[in-house]
Design a protein around this ligand. Structure first.
Ligand code: APR
Length: 249
């Protein structure tokens, strides 16, 4: 493992354009359960029954009660962990251009990352289905479900449900980075949900090096140039601490 860590440090230090692709795994150390794997969210509830846009439109109260409400309770208090902070530090040192995240928890932004592409939208904001008014999730209570706007319309979270497309701006910007990056750090994703899972494949086709960080192998691992097996927090901290701070301007 140490040899691979050293190799990753060398690759990251030399890269002129590095991007990160993150998934739920990077937020596990912040107390947010992943969607797949032992003790995960989809182990408990069926995503097609509660995380599909058709299910939400048919019975928003139920989806708010079973899925969104429990997510809100966790997300309202979750704090960034060392993994998020390490990526923000790499960006500050101009060693990371952007984070393409599948997460809706805003923890990259809370850690200080400035360039974050929210591939699956965000839970931080809600939009009224009636009049389009946007509000912060943190500003609403769950006393009545579904939460409603002053106009009486139902609020929906600004995250992407199954059955919905990726926000065009996020997709376009992610593809621009993926076509030009020299290195992609893939952290904490099961690499199973499209089109996010295509991003490392497209990067690889453009001759990028793929460094994957995950405690368990994924369908991407065979394609990755380096597989750093373990938790995101300690590994990203180790990488960031070891990468020399570039000399001044
Ligand atoms: N550090 C790094 N990776 C971890 C950690 C950790 N501490 N703990 C778990 N993991 C890994 C798991 O091994 C798994 O491969 O994180 C991954 C989490 O996978 P998923 O739960 O499937 O999360 P993700 O890949 O982001 O899911 C993609 O699916 O349901 C949709 O919209 C949802 O954005 C989500 C998308």
């Amino acid at each position: 493992m140490e040899t691979r860590i050293q190799k990753a440090i060398e690759i990251l230090s030399r890269s002129r354009l590095t991007v990160a692709l993150t998934g739920a795994g990077i937020s596990v150390e912040s107390g947010i359960p992943p969607f797949r794997g032992p003790g995960s969210l989809w182990d408990k509830i069926d995503p097609m029954e509660f995380a599909h846009i058709d299910a939400f439109m048919k019975n928003p109260a139920r989806v708010w009660e079973v899925l969104i409400g429990s997510m809100k309770t966790i997300l309202d208090t979750a704090r960034p962990n060392k993994g998020h902070l390490a990526l923000a530090e790499l960006e500050k040192r101009r060693l990371l251009a952007t984070v393409i995240t599948q997460n809706v928890d805003s923890l990259h932004q809370k850690a200080g990352s400035r360039d974050v592409i929210e591939f699956h939208g965000t839970f931080a904001k809600l939009t009224c289905l009636g009049c389009g008014h946007r509000t912060s999730s943190a500003d609403i209570t769950l006393t009545t479900l579904p939460p409603r706007c002053h106009c009486g319309g139902v609020y929906r979270p600004d995250c992407v449900f199954f059955g919905e497309s990726i926000p065009l701006s996020a997709l376009t910007r992610a593809q621009e980075f993926v076509s030009q990056c020299e290195v992609m750090l893939v952290v904490g994703t099961s690499a199973t949900v499209q089109p996010a899972a295509m991003m490392p494949i497209l990067a690889k086709q453009n001759n990028a090096r793929i460094i994957e960080i995950n405690p368990t192998p994924t369908p991407l691992t065979a394609t990755s140039d380096l597989f750093l097996q373990g938790n995101a927090g300690p590994i990203l901290t180790r990488l960031t601490e070891a990468i020399a701070i570039p000399a001044g301007p």
